[in-house]
Each structure stands twice: as C-alpha cells, then as structure tokens.
Write a protein that binds this ligand. Structure first.
Ligand SMILES: [Zn+2]
Length: 430
C-alpha cells in the first residue's frame, strides 16, 4: 500500500543524490533570509562549500527561539504575495511562531499526509473524522487536505461537543479518526458513560503529544481501532513528518523531504544509528520557510534495522519533548512515564495532573489522579492502601518519591487539544 512507491522505496544511493540536490536548493532559498545570510557569512560558509550530505555539519543550527525572534515574517524566503497560508504554533509564553506556505508547500504537505494514510491501508472508501483544532494549529487543515487528496470522505468535526462527535461517528459510518491520544481517551470515556459502542471504527491516528504503548492497547480495546502514532511539527509543515506503518515498530520519516540528524543535545555532535538524542531536521522541499538544521527538542533515535514494509529508515517513537521533560531532584521525568504507570493500576483512572514545587529548596512532585469509580467506596482504609500502591509503583519506575493525591472521578480537567498535565511552580514567586 504505497501512495508514491518509487519515492517511498528509493535505493540509498538514489535517495542520497536527491537529498543533496534538494539540500543545495534549500540552502539557496535560505540565503533569501537575513538570519541565514548573517549566520552563514559569520561562519564563513558559502553555499558552494556544501558538496556532500556530510557537509551539513558545517551549517548552523536553527532553534525555536530564533524563529520567535524573527516574528512575524523574518524567516520567509519568498515575498508575502507567494505565501498562500499562515499557521502559528502554540506559544507557551510570548509571541507564537509563524509558519508560512506557498501553494507548492501545501501540495507537498498534503502529499506527505496522503503517503502516511495510504501506508496504513486507508483508501478513498474510508470515512474520516478529523477531531482536532482547525484554527491556527496545523493538525486540522494538515490532515484535512491529505485525506481529501486520497479521496476519503472527510468530516471536519474539529474539537468540542464530544457527544455530538460520538453521534457523528456512528451516524456517518466513520472508519478512521484523528485526534490527540488524550482526547481519544476522553471520547472513549464519554461513549462508555452513555452506553455507546462504535461499530464502524477501524483506524485511529493519534499524535501531537507523546503517548505510551500501554495507552495504545487501552485505546485499541476501548475504541475498537488499530492505533497509529503520528509525528509532526508545525515548523516542518505540521503533522505528517513521520508515521507508523502496519509494523508499528518505529515511525517512517520521509527522507526525501526531511534530512534527519540525531545529535547530542549538549555538544551538538551527530550520533550514530541506535543512539538516542535530539532530532534535528532540515526540510528539503519547503519553499516559503526553509530551515537549516532545525532543533526539534524531541528525543528519539534512528533505528538500525530496515522495515519489512520496504520503506527506508525509521525513527523510534518520541519518548518526550525536551521541553516536556522535568528534572526533579536531578532525575529526568517524562509525563508519559507517569501515564504509563497509572494505566497499569486498575484502582485509578487515566486522568492525572502533576504539580512540581520547591519546598525548602527541595523539588517535590505531587501527582493527582482520579480514583476508579468501582473502587470509590469512601472507605478511608481502602484509599490509603491504593495511595500507597500508586506511590510505590511510581517510585519503582521513576526512582523518585512522589506525593499522590487521590481525587474523585471526573474532577480533573479533560483536554481536547494538547494536554497540559504538568504545572511546574518552581520558578514562581509567591
Ligand atoms: Zn515500515
């Protein structure tokens, strides 16, 4: 099941030749951007210095902060007249990052989504409900146009009104859904509460936040779907950068469109296949906003083995964004690890919040989790027992003492877009 078999299965030599040709073109485009002109001339690099793919290591990195500093259109390499769409990325502080697209960019992007969805067996016979934000966030329109390109029947339901979403899935015979994994969980909870089962669903595409294998099996059994991981980043078009094939063991990244490096985030040195580090991507087909060596902040590795499906090298599932990573008393903690632990404890639900405080100069992590309805007897002795169990299980995995607070079912916030489960209060002055 290939959308573009020739390009998806290029032999290494052919692929590298194409990558080099496109890298040179990208470098040429980037020289229209003042930031890159300054950086390249500052480092004494001329475009003609890039003769092989290895020469990419001579190029400077681009960081998220650079893009913020270029607000709004500082990274556009074409006149605004040629930019046919603008998206922004959710900024946690200050101004968002702006990304722009030429008409060809939009086509390239939709084509990548079409590759992804065809790879998992989705066709023009499928009905697709796209339950993500259609606004400035790239997830909505990104998948929308890719699905239309395949010829699927697309329902742009966006977010909100979960009961209506469930109704549409069953009324319209939806076979394929796309949303964040946390919203998928919420959807399954609401369906269960209202006694609804899904009869036509087959495929779930979940992305925009890191999620665990345990959550995958939970979602699969609750929704009756096969669940696939989707990875993207607005700075690299949006969703569709990498995607699981039916093997579901790592994600195919489209090497003709994205030149991938894994680096040691501290030294900036390239790491070998099989070594975990920060994903750095140079997009090779972007026109409006070419980027050189963009540091994604996401942690993964290039997998050493090929894939049974015949496509090229995969990256491992993202274990966390470096900005999601918490350092608690020197120990790295990813919210996905906490989720993984909680999902395995039947006495508690799958919704949780993490609070980090600094008390007497010591980091203290508090995990609030909902108790499962069936275990919500109100007996204090039972509660203490469950609490102790959660503390122990978290400790076994995180090697960290945490405070666990059990709260009533349904009392924690539900997220329809990207979830925000961590409140780090250490930097705040009260
Ligand atoms: Zn594969």
């Amino acid at each position: 099941m290939f959308w573009d078999k020739k390009i998806e299965t290029l032999k290494p030599a052919e692929l590298q030749a194409l990558q080099l040709k496109r890298l040179k073109k990208t470098l040429h485009l980037a020289s229209n951007v003042e930031f890159y002109r300054d950086r390249l001339s500052g480092a004494g690099i001329k475009p003609s210095d890039i003769r092989t793919l290895e020469d990419i290591q001579k190029l400077p990195f681009t960081k998220k902060q650079d893009l913020r500093d270029g607000y709004p259109f500082g990274f556009f390499a074409v006149p605004l007249k040629e930019v046919v769409r603008i998206h922004t990325t959710s900024g946690t502080t200050g101004k968002p990052t702006v990304v722009g697209y030429t008409r060809k960019d939009l086509d390239s992007w939709a084509g990548l989504i079409a590759r992804n969805m065809t790879m998992i067996g989705v066709t023009d016979n499928d009905v697709f409900q796209n339950m993500v934000n259609y606004g400035m966030f790239t997830g909505g329109l990104g998948f929308h146009y890719g699905a239309e390109m395949i010829g699927m029947t697309v329902i742009p339901s966006a977010t909100g009104n979960t009961k209506r979403q469930i109704e549409m899935i069953n009324d319209f015979g939806v076979t394929t859904i796309h949303c964040t994994p946390s919203y998928a969980m919420h959807l399954s909870e609401v369906a269960e509460e209202t006694g609804v089962t899904f009869k036509t669903l087959k495929t779930g595409i979940f992305g925009a936040e890191p999620w665990s294998e345990t959550l995958r099996s939970t979602l699969e059994s609750r929704l009756g779907v096969t669940a696939y991981d989707s990875y993207g980043l607005s700075e690299l078009f949006g969703p569709g950068v990498a995607f699981e094939c039916p093997e579901r063991d790592g994600l195919h990244i489209w090497h003709d469109s994205y030149l991938v490096e894994i680096i040691d985030p501290k030294t900036g040195e390239q790491l070998a296949d099989g070594e975990r580090g920060e994903l750095v991507v140079t997009p090779l087909v972007k026109e409006a906003m070419p980027l050189l060596r963009y540091r994604t902040g996401d942690v993964t590795m290039l997998m050493e083995d090929g894939c049974l499906c015949g496509r090229s090298k995969k990256i491992a599932r993202i274990t966390g964004r470096s900005d999601d990573m918490l350092v608690i008393r020197g120990i790295n903690v990813f919210p996905s690890q906490i989720e993984h632990v909680l999902l395995k404890i039947p006495e508690v639900g799958n919704q949780f919040m993490v609070y980090v405080d600094r008390i007497n100069h010591l980091d203290e992590m508090t995990v609030e989790v909902e108790i499962n309805r069936e275990f919500f007897s109100g007996e204090l002795a039972d509660l203490a027992k469950i609490q102790k169990k959660v503390v122990k299980e978290l400790h076994d995995v995180l090697e960290l003492r945490t405070t666990v607070k059990l709260v009533e079912p349904g009392s924690l916030p539900r997220f329809e877009g990207k979830s925000k489960r961590v409140i780090d209060r250490r930097g705040e002055i009260f």
